[in-house]
Design a protein. Structure first.
Length: 254
């Protein structure tokens, strides 16, 4: 039996849509610029767009971070919790659909390792005979599937791990953010920047102490609502290849 890896089929387009909506905040035709130039607060007289640009610039300097994503896509709900750096390391979990989670490790530029829980494996084998389902579980449960990063399915699973591309989507100079209230995100003080376009409301939470990093993005009311939280800026990413005894080669890639 082949040890083919079920794919999580993550779509970077979903994340890009969330980021472009939340950080670029649309084109100038979407509405008037913020009129809060004289408002007071942790950023003084800076306007919402000016603060957003400072936050984008600061966040793009990060060489590592942890992303916590929960969103709804046309393919269903998707969750991700991934630590990643600009050197290509990535580790965490991916959940696509109502049930089932895949653990992911990318320690270098050669291979990606995926380990699927029982719910994920059973969902992938749905419709097969009981014998096939049990064979899949026996072979893959608790073990890591090793696949070259150049494989198309591996690329699907790694789309959320590309920190350089992720931060590259942050665009300065076209945002329409309005300054909101001060709050906290994960114990850190933050300022809310908000924009409403049609039925969709997007809120960016920007750190008010230290570097003005983007701490959280919330999109509500649109086609792909969700939340992205950023933590672990500058922290080393623990991504070590599993022990050989726990690895199954994906025979379909040979």
């Amino acid at each position: 039996m082949s040890a083919a890896a079920p794919t999580t089929r993550t779509r970077r387009t979903a994340l890009v849509a969330a980021l472009c909506t939340a950080v670029a905040l649309g084109a100038t035709a979407c509405g008037p610029f913020s009129d809060d130039a004289k408002a007071s607060g942790p950023f003084g007289d800076l306007t919402g767009p000016q603060i957003a640009d400072k936050a984008i610039a600061a966040t793009k300097k990060a060489d590592s971070l942890t992303l916590d994503l929960a969103t709804k896509t046309t393919d269903g709900p998707m969750k991700a919790y991934l630590a990643m750096d600009t050197r290509g390391k990535c580790a965490g979990t991916l959940t696509v659909g109502a049930t089932g989670t895949a653990e992911l490790i990318k320690a270098d530029d050669k291979d990606v390792y995926l380990r699927f829980d029982e719910a994920f494996l059973r969902a992938q084998a749905k419709g097969e005979s009981t014998e096939v389902q049990e064979a899949v579980l026996k072979e893959l449960k608790g073990r890591w599937v090793k696949t070259p990063v150049t494989d198309p399915e591996a690329k699907d699973n790694l789309e959320l791990c590309d920190l350089n591309a992720l931060l590259g989507d942050f665009e300065e100079g076209v945002n329409l953010a309005f300054k909101g209230k001060e709050t906290t995100v994960g114990g850190k003080k933050a300022l809310m920047l908000t924009e409403k376009v049609g039925a969709e409301t997007t809120t960016i939470y920007v750190a008010t102490e230290g570097e003005p990093l983007i701490l959280k993005i919330v999109a509500a009311g649109g086609e792909e609502p969700g939340t992205i939280t950023f933590t672990g800026f500058g922290k080393p990413v623990e991504a070590k290849a599993p022990a050989a005894k726990d690895v199954v080669m994906d025979e379909t890639k040979g």
